[in-house]
Design a protein around this ligand. Structure first.
Ligand code: G4P
Length: 528
């Protein structure tokens, strides 16, 4: 192993931010980027919600609803670390996208609103982190507002998210009485003064909690802090790095993102505690990041990131070896060698051509329809990274077009949007219509808007009576044929040619499963 490769891996941190909408994910992202020097000005990331030409390709629909539809990737440098931050859509209707993004990270940062505690989307996202044993650091936000008692929130996290909390900072007061946080690890007091643009705040070392300095700084809050810390020492387990890496413990930080308070402590702890890129599973073996041979996989495809370019970018996570500009790699699904000529690294407000990149980095590859989600590229060895799922849709629509002459554009648009994972496409074995499937109904709206904007197709939807779908598999050819001939009206092929069974209800699905016990009905399907 080259020592340079080893050094670059050690200083990489690739993580996703997860939260329920409105908890402060965008605000926190912006502050992290400020510390990393990736942006100069507060407000730059916030503008995502209103400015059409900024970092990612949110669309009119996102603007209207004030939700983050797409996922953006940003790289920044902090201390000696290269940090890859993957933002995820907070809205539940885009959770499929979020799940796939979480396959490309090594750890996650969870943001919780101190007044609201654990919310529905936090629970769903944490479920994915748990499934994948992704280590999670927690930031409890908005301490400048009246919120719930910190101990209350911690016990809710432990109960609902099944992860042990170990606070590494502790808040002093809240709302109007918010005085600051005590950094338990460093034994430092950080006093709060509201301000949006301030960079690191001064810290006061308080080694001895009985120091009268505490009274001078905090007045009557000093005693409360002592009591809280005593209580915590008895109630919470001490922080254990191994437990965090195993995803059974989450270190907790408190602060106020909008005031840039508690964020530096969070970032410092993050780069020190969060894991560098680790080994990844393929269908044949584990691939270690320090292998010289290059490998990685595509977890997301995004169209028209820049309306001026009208391009499609495949987001690719490097899993091993070094990437160099122009290198040739095997595209195993196609069995072809391809040159990665102009890959891109995404900075906060810019994208730059990448000359070299390392395990953990996310690069953008220009895609002319030959790259799909889940595709593996590697040096020579045929590898296939696993764990990038398609989820069984829960909502369905039939697509009709107003102008039949546009059928070609419709086909092209639907196939491309399905490849991006924006929506799932099914072609029933009987009939010529397309059925779209989605995990969240907003995906339909986005698809419709994009068909019009990007492919010039005016389409309308018609409701269909399906409520669920399963991918079908059976080792016994004869039994599969028998199943097919009895269920033709419910069968469809997805965009990648996999057979699926569409059912009107869970009850009906259960019934068919009983009748055909030898058929495997899958709720998720790995990208092939
Ligand atoms: P999201 O990406 O998780 O959806 O949340 P976002 O950062 O957009 O924050 C949601 C709202 O919460 C924003 O207010 C934001 O200013 C506010 N916020 C974020 N961090 C804090 C904090 O530490 N304290 C307080 N009091 N508020 C915070 P908004 O009114 O929706 O938007 P804006 O008008 O402030 O831009």
């Amino acid at each position: 192993m080259s020592s340079l490769l080893e050094k670059e891996i050690k200083r990489r941190r690739t993580f996703g931010i997860i939260s329920h909408p409105d908890a402060g994910k965008t605000t926190l992202t912006e502050k992290l980027l400020l510390f990393g020097g990736a942006i100069q000005m507060a407000g730059a990331v916030k503008s995502r919600k209103t400015d059409n030409h900024a970092v990612s390709d949110w669309m009119a629909i996102e603007k209207e609803r004030g939700i983050s539809v797409t996922t953006s990737v940003m790289q920044f440098n902090y201390r000696d670390f290269e940090v890859n931050l993957l933002d995820t859509p907070g809205h539940k209707d885009f959770s499929e996208d979020t799940y796939r993004v979480l396959t490309a990270v090594d750890s996650a940062l969870m943001v919780i609103d101190s007044a609201k505690g654990v919310e529905a989307q936090t629970e769903k996202l944490m479920e994915v982190c748990r499934m994948r044993n992704t280590p999670v650091i927690t930031f409890i936000n908005k301490l400048d507002r009246e919120g719930r008692e910190p101990l209350d929130i911690l016990s809710e996290i432990e109960e609902k998210l099944q992860i042990e909390c170990t606070p590494l900072t502790w808040p002093i007061g809240m709302g109007k009485g918010f005085k600051g946080v005590y950094n338990i690890m460093r034994q430092e007091l950080n006093l709060f003064t509201p301000s949006k643009d301030r960079r690191p705040q001064d810290s006061i070392m308080v080694k001895d909690l009985d120091d009268p300095l505490l009274e001078q700084m905090l007045g009557s809050y000093a005693d409360r802090l002592r009591e809280d810390l005593e209580l915590l020492a008895g109630a919470a387990s001490p922080f254990d790095h191994k437990e965090y890496l195993k995803a059974s413990q989450t270190p907790v930080f408190f602060g106020s993102a909008v005031n840039n308070f508690g964020v530096k402590e969070l970032l410092d702890a993050f780069v020190e505690l969060a894991p560098p890129p680790g080994p990844r599973a393929t269908t044949t073996r584990m691939v270690s990041p320090d292998e010289e041979a290059f490998s990685g996989f595509t977890f997301k495809i995004q169209a028209n990131m820049n309306p001026a370019h009208r391009d499609r970018i495949a987001f690719f996570r490097i899993c091993s070896g070094k990437f160099t500009k122009g290198m040739k790699v095997m595209h195993h699904r196609l069995g072809k060698e391809v040159a990665l000529a102009n890959a891109t690294i995404f900075m906060a407000q810019d994208r730059t051509n990448v000359e070299e990149a390392w395990p953990g980095d996310i690069i953008g590859i220009h895609n002319h329809g030959t790259i799909k989600i889940g595709d593996t590229f590697s040096d020579k060895e045929p590898l296939k990274f696993t764990g990038i799922p398609n989820f069984a849709p829960e909502h369905f629509r039939r697509v009709l077009i107003k102008n039949p002459l546009k059928i070609k554009q419709l086909n092209k648009g639907l196939v491309q949007l399905a490849e991006e994972g924006a929506v799932q496409l099914f072609r029933p074995t009987m009939g010529s219509d397309y059925i779209l499937g989605a995990v969240g109904v907003l995906q339909f709206e986005v698809t419709m808007a994009r068909l019009k904007a990007e492919y010039g197709v005016d389409a309308v939807y018609e409701p269909v009576s399906y409520a669920t779908a399963r991918w079908i598999d059976c080792e016994d050819r004869k039994k599969l044929d028998a199943f097919k001939s009895k269920n033709l009206a419910h069968l469809a092929l997805d965009a990648e040619g996999h057979l699926a069974y569409l059912a009107e209800s869970e009850w009906r699905l259960g019934r068919v499963q009983e009748l055909f016990p030898e058929i495997v009905f899958r709720k998720t399907r790995e990208h092939s």
